[in-house]
Design a protein around this ligand. Structure first.
Ligand code: AMP
Length: 178
C-alpha cells in the first residue's frame, strides 16, 4: 500500500522550467515548507527512514537544513551543517564536486562529528549525486560512518543513485523518485 504522505508531499513540490539555467527543471520545495501538514508529513517520513541508532543528522546547505534540523530534533540527536565555502568560522575540511548545473565546494567543521559516530545525511533533491558524494567524503574524513541517506526527491533520470553505488554508497532512500 502506498504511503498517503507521499502523495501529499509530491503535490506541494512545484516544477520550475529553465531555472536556474535553460534545460534545468528546478524542484521548488518552498510550497511544501509553507504547508504545515505537508512539511510535517515530510519530516515524519524522513524520520521513519532513520535506523534506530543514529548519533547525528547532517544537513546540506541550504535546503537540506530545513529538513535535517527537524529530523535531528525528532530523533533526539544533534544537527551538523555541511556548508558552502567561507561560511563556517573554525577549521574545516573541504570537498569540491560537479553539480547538475556547475561546480561547487562543501565544508564541515573538523570537530563537528566524533570518530565512529553513526550519521544520517539529509538533503532535498538527489540529482547527479555529486553533493551527497562530497558530503560522504567529508564524513569519512572525520572517521564517522554514514548509515543512512534520506532524500525528499530523487531525479532518477540523472543517475545519481548509480553514481553513488559505484562509490560503494548504497544506503540511500528517497521519499519520491521521478
Ligand atoms: P547533485 O549534486 O547533482 O545530486 O545535486 C543535488 C543538490 O543540488 C541538492 O542539494 C539540490 O538542492 C540541488 N539540486 C540539483 N538539481 C536540482 C533540481 N533540479 N531542483 C532542485 N534542486 C536541485
Amino acid at each position: 500500500m502506498t504511503d498517503p504522505r507521499i502523495e501529499l508531499i509530491s503535490s506541494y513540490i512545484v516544477d520550475v522550467a529553465d531555472f536556474p539555467s535553460p534545460g534545468v527543471v528546478f524542484k521548488d520545495i518552498t510550497p511544501l515548507l509553507g504547508c504545515n501538514e505537508a512539511y510535517q508529513a515530510c519530516v515524519e517520513a524522513l524520520v521513519d527512514l532513520a535506523p534506530g541508532d543514529v548519533d547525528v543528522v547532517v544537513g546540506i546547505e541550504a535546503r537540506g537544513f530545513v529538513f535535517a534540523a527537524p529530523v535531528a530534533l525528532a530523533l533526539g540527536v544533534g544537527f551538523v551543517p555541511v556548508r558552502k565555502p567561507g561560511k563556517l568560522p573554525r577549521d574545516v575540511y573541504s570537498q569540491s564536486f560537479d553539480l547538475e548545473y556547475g561546480k561547487d565546494t562543501l565544508a564541515i567543521h573538523q570537530d563537528a562529528i566524533h570518530k565512529g559516530a553513526r550519521v544520517m545525511i539529509i538533503d532535498d533533491v538527489l540529482a547527479t549525486g555529486g553533493t551527497v558524494s562530497a558530503t560522504t567524503k567529508l564524513i569519512d574524513r572525520l572517521g564517522a560512518e554514514v548509515v543512512e541517506i534520506g532524500i525528499v526527491l530523487e531525479l532518477g533520470f540523472l543517475g545519481g543513485r548509480a553514481h553513488l553505488s559505484s562509490q560503494g554508497i548504497n544506503n540511500i532512500h528517497a521519499l519520491i523518485t521521478t
